[in-house]
Design a binder for this molecule. Sequence first.
Ligand code: KIV
Ligand code: ZN
Length: 511
Amino acid sequence: MTDKLIIFDTTLRDGEQSPGASMTKEEKLRIARQLEKLGVDVIEAGFAAASPGDADAIHSIAQVIERSTVCSLARASEKDVRVAGEAIKPAKHGRIHTFIATSPIHMEKKLRMSPDEVVERAVAAVKLALEYTDDVEFSAEDAVRSEMDFLVRVFDAVIQAGAKTLNVPDTVGYSIPLLWGERMKQLIERVPNSNKVIWSTHCHNDLGMASANSLAAVMNGARQVECTINGLGERAGNASLEEVVMAVKTRRDVFTCDTRIDTTQIVATSKLVSSITGYPVQPNKAIVGANAFAHESGIHQDGVLKHRETYEIMRAEDVGWGANKLTLGKLSGRNAFRSRLQELGIVLKNEDALNAAFVRFKDLADRKSEIFDEDIQALVSDDGVAQVSDHFRLVAIGAHSETGKLPVARVILSVGGKEQQSDSQGGGPVDATFKAIEQIVQSGTELLLYSVNNITSGTDAQGEVTVRLSKGGRVVNGQGADTDIVVASAKAYLNALNKLDAGVDRAHPQV
Ligand code: KIV
Ligand code: ZN
C-alpha cells in the first residue's frame, strides 16, 4: 500500500524570506499558477499579517487557484489568525497555518512566556482558526531544540483543539537525519491520537541536510513535507521540493508513499522561480542544475551511450529537461501567440498588454530563429505581466566598446511620458548604460545584485538579467530579457526603478 505524501510548498512564504527575494503580487500569482500546474497539494502563499500587500497577494491567489490548497501563515495571536482567515476566504480549499515557538530558548528569550502560556496561546489560535476553515495546521517553532515532553504536551493540546496537521520544524537547521527521524517516530508514538492527524516536517538547510532530514522524517511516519523550489528560504534555505519529490519517486524500494507532483514541470518551475527572485541555480544543483544530467568524463559518456542506466538514476526528461518546445516562429500570428500564452498559464493584464507582448515577440523572432517556451516566459516577464508601472521606459540605447578605449553608452528614456537623453562612459557597456540611466533618473538607489543567465542555449539566446536595487531600506528585483545583454540590462534596471516608483516592495516578513 502506498500512502500519499503531501507536498506543501512554501516558496512564496519561507522562500520569499531569502534576502532580496521579495516578489510583487503579479509575480506571486505567476508562481502560484505554476505550482498548481506542478501539482503541489498546499501552496503557502504568504504571511497575511506581515503587510497589507502580503494579505492582498494571498487573497488574489486564493481567488484563482482551484486544485491546490491555499494557505496563510499566522503567529498564534488573534490579529494574525483573523487577518489570515480573511486572506484565504475566497479559496476553494483554504488553510491557516498557525505557529508558536516551543523551545526553552525561544520561550524565555524571544516570547518571554511560560510554557503554560505557550500552550494556552497555541490552543486559542487553533480554535480561532477553525472559525475560518476546518483545515488548520499547527507548527511548534524550533521543535528541534524543544523538550520532547513539552512537545508531546503542546501537540496533544492542539489535536484536542482541532488541528488537522502537526508540523515539526527544524527552524535552525540543526538536526541530522538519524536524530530527526527518531524525533518524528517518538512524537507519533507518544502523542495521543497521533493517527488522527497528518504529521509534517519543515527543515532548514544550515548544515546542508534539509532534504535528508525531511526524508528521514518521512521514513518515520511524516506524510507532509514543507519545502521550496530550488531550496529557497530563510538563511541557507529550506528542503528543496525537487530533491524530496525525486528521492521518493526514484527510491520506491525504500519509501512507502508517493506524491502527486507532475515531475515534468519541475525544471520549468525552477526556472520561473529563479528568474523572478533573481536567485540563480548553481550548475551542479541536484535535479535542476544545468549540469545535473551532463556527463563529462569519457568513461561515463561511454557507459551512458552503451546503457543509460550505467550512470543515470533518473531520466532528464522526467523532470522536464529538454521539454522546452520549439513553439512559435517568425510567421506565427497573434492567435497562435495568444493560445501558447494560455497553454503556458500566462494571463496578461488586458488586450493592450497582449498587443505589446506580441510586438516584442515579432521583434524577437526577427533576431532569433527559434523561439522556445522560455523565451515567451521572459518576453512577458520583463513587461506585460510583471511590470507595475512604466514611468521609466527605454526608448533607445546605443553602446560601444572597443579595445583600448573606454566603453560609452547613449540612452534615451521616456520619463513620465517625456523623452530625455544622456551619454556616459563606464567600466564596460553595462556600467556605462547604468550610469547614463542614473544621470537622467537620479534615483539614489544602491545596486545590490546584477546577474545574467542565458534563457536557452546558443549564442543567439536571450540573456535574462536580474538587477536588485535598494533605497531607504526598500529592496526590489527587476528583470529584463533580450538577445542583446546591454538592452536586457537596461530593461532590468528600469523594471526595478518602476517597481520602486510604484511602491511594490514589501517589508521582510519577520520584521
Ligand atoms: O522555520 C520555521 O520554523 C518556520 C515556521 C513558521 C513553520 O518557518
Ligand atoms: Zn522555516
